[in-house]
Ligand binder design. Sequence first.
Ligand code: MLC
Ligand code: AMP
Length: 466
Amino acid sequence: MLLASLNPAAVAGGADIGDAVRIDGAVLSRSDLVGAATSVAERVAGAGRVAVLATPTVATVLAVTGCLIAGVPVVPVPADVGTAERRHILTDSGAQAWLGDQPAETEGLPHVPVRVHARSWHRYAEPPADAPALIIYTSGTTGAPKGVVVSRAAIAADIDALAEAWQWSPDDTLVHGLPLYHVHGLVLGLLGSLRIGNRFVHTGKPTPEGYAAAGGSLYFGVPTVWSRVADDRASAWALASARLLVSGSAPLPVPVFDKLVAVTGHRPIERYGSTESLITVSTRVDGERRPGWVGLPVAGVQTRLVDESGGDVVHDGETIGRLQVQGPTLFDGYLNRPDATAEVLGADGWYRTGDVAVIDGDGMHRIVGRESVDLIKTGGFRVGAGEIETALLGHPGVREAAVVGLPDDDLGQRIVAFIVGDADRDALINYVAQELSIHKRPREVRIVDALPRNAMGKVLKKELAQ
Ligand code: MLC
Ligand code: AMP
């Protein structure tokens, strides 16, 4: 069973915990979760796909859980989504309804609210393991985001592998304040907790104060969050009593790792993955936690490094290769995009991550960077330069646009747009926030006379980045 801790028999048999989920000021017991989510399941059973505006609320928790009970694939929609991106996700996914919190604009679809106090004790048969659980939209270097089809089996395999690496158990209290529309917050944080059976606390926003007040044993954060925690000594000290701090979704800078050790006493666990592969590499509770390195493949996963012609790259800790991964945690493909799927997922089952890495003689992995400058990681969010450029070109004041990710102490990379045209900088930032999503907005707009281009007319992004 994917959400093993919600097995009605176990809950009825006394395996309930009174505060299984804490979110947005509400508390749900295990029995509340089963009863209310099954009631949601009764209302959506038989639907092809439903969209959930993934705000951090009880409604979102019950909507996602209810769909997983009924075997209805969920399309999580970013809580801060804008107009064009919302329309794209709904059209591309073919979602038939909105479930849970009400979106600003329904795009003509029915909205089904979640009744938090309704209960059903109907018992659904467990859907097939290879059935899709989630369709998570994620950015590529160009074009609109693609829907990554993630199966129930992939989620189960990933959570189990991480539980083994981290000694994650029902005794844990897992705390995070990350978005519930990506792998980190949703798959690992929420679904992980509902599979393992630990208490789950969502802090609303991932603030140092929120983390300090939550009294957890297991904390998840992106590097931006850990950097902010490390700079807040009082909050950081409150995490000293935790069991494990885990960082992922983007590179954890070595100085932040070192500072966390100094202020919390913890050497954080680092783990690496993606929407397409889920989490494939991690340091272990019982293993070395080396700053700047993301660890070993988790149980069931294989990795390899290849050169430009596909040949094996030596594992000497120095020679850089393109990282590929294989195993039970991989996605099924991009929805409606066999072409894009074939580009990254070989017939041999290896997923080409687009990341470049080194592996040392002990199998430890270090992520060196991305193959393409056009995929930006900002605050742990993956954002394609192309989608922002396309959005900006839709503004009447923009003639040319080039977007790059520049190094940023807080966000890792910050989105910077270079514009040829005549427009107000703040208006352009707001325009992207309203069209795509707030977290995809450029943090900075620079108006230039011309973009540097090569003889073929291609923008020289490396020059812009300097
Ligand atoms: C700012 N705001 C605006 C705005 N500018 N609102 C409207 N229009 C504008 N132009 C508002 C926002 O709504 C928000 O309000 C507030 O300003 C701050 O927003 P922000 O600047 O975006 O927040 P920031 O502090 O920069 O966010 C940092 C962060 C965030 C770390 C909290 O980046 C984050 O949550 N990152 C997590 C990403 C993640 O989970 N990635 C996992 C991908 S899965 P208000 O009121 O809402 O605060 C993956 C796999 C794996 O990668 O390996 O894990
Ligand atoms: P996403 O699909 O949003 O999960 O983004 C996946 C990408 O995030 C990966 O391909 C990496 O580029 C990056 N990433 C995730 N975790 C790490 C990590 N621990 N260190 C470095 N990069 C990471």
